[in-house]
Design a protein around this ligand. Sequence first.
Ligand code: ATP
Length: 473
Amino acid sequence: EHAQLKDIISHAKEYGFVYPSSEIYDGLQAVYDYGAYGVELKNNLKRLWWETMTRVSDNIVGIDAAIFMHPTTWKASGHVDSFNDPMIDNKDSKKRYRADVLVEEHAATFERAGDIEKANSLTGALARLLEAEDLAGVRDLITNEGIKCPISGTSNWTDVRQFNLMFSTQVGSVAEDASTIYLRPETAQGIFVNFLNVQKTARMKVPFGIAQIGKAFRNEIVARQFIFRMREFEQMEMQFFVRPGTELDWYQKWADTRMRWHLALGTPAAKLRKHDHEKLAHYANAAMDIEFEFPFGFKEVEGIHSRTDFDLKSHQEYSKKKQQYFDPEINQNYIPYVIETSIGADRLFLLTLCNAYTEESSEEKSRTYLKFHPAIAPVKAAILPLTKKDGLPEKAQEIVDLLKYDFNIIYEDAASIGKRYARQDLIGTPFCIAVDHQTLEDNTVTIRHRDTTEQERVAISELHGRITEATSF
Ligand code: ATP
């Protein structure tokens, strides 16, 4: 694991952001739980996304569809037949890997060493083999390159086989006619099957969008990049339905809009890039990723896909229910085309954590802090009475009561004020508000700012306005 990622993982665990799932039983691979500050941060990210989509954008409404769906959904979407990853097993360690990821990681070592040509020729060869579904070729590539298992250190590999990524379970009692259903591998299909319900009941006119946040499940094999790739994760997806022929304009527009959103959240432009897909999925006529430079390199955080009418048309075929929209402006019936923006809430969380994690050291002192945009910081302000006596705790509590209905506030009276500042830095609280003896006299407090550590004196009556301003997005 990359050194900085290691620091971030242990910071996340130690300060209440992310723990391995069921840790007392040694965890469950690629599954994680969010702690007290983690859940606040994640909720803030989800809320910002939701508000941007459903409130700030024109013509987008939300839904919350079930995780279980009729099994035919996944026939129609193509997931039963083609949602596969090529897997390979090492015969010595008995460990299973994604064959494509093994090659990509191997190529990345050349890229890091400056041999871009070799890296490109490897990824190019891989892309051609996958395109041709030549699994034996992928295995040959792995053995010819001498790619070794990270655990056993040998290159004693099995054949490459396709594994479906969907988790399945049974509805009904097993003894009766149980039928196999899947945990949804993406939230998008819940939107497609509800397209006409929403269009009619919310009285939407094309172009319009439907947004959804929810859990998705994939039986992923790679599990070494913390919450980057999980087996249970959350997606934030928006499907935008447009008139056929206008989709590529909307595709550009959404790609730009989403990029601006990331920049507004404080992600530096230099750490973001767009990456056009060379190889398009069966449903797309244009696709790109927004990539972020994680400690382990530039990787996808969000996908923007022009999905044509593939999904709705396919659901129309399988369900025998018309999925058409009557467009009153041009007096025509058609199946709309779809632009999708799809981002993982957990992956955005990891991006946010990587961006925020700051280690500062100067001659006088060194400190670690999380430099969150105040709009997404888990705790907005900590109210800290200087001492536990002379009525300071009571005064501090009054300030808590003044703010707690609108902001997530912490009260803390243990330890020295310096230690308490340091502790708030570690969870990324933008404002520490110290209550001292002068507060009792003139109703002013000291605000200590997280990023600059500068302090200023302000009236209690100004606090609410100050925090509101800083936390608006
Ligand atoms: P990848 O190539 O990384 O597997 P993908 O292209 O399969 O991703 P999509 O199916 O387009 O991803 O999913 C959209 C978004 O959902 C991704 O951009 C990512 O943010 C998120 N996502 C997908 N799979 C996972 C996962 N296993 N864990 C966490 N987030 C995920």
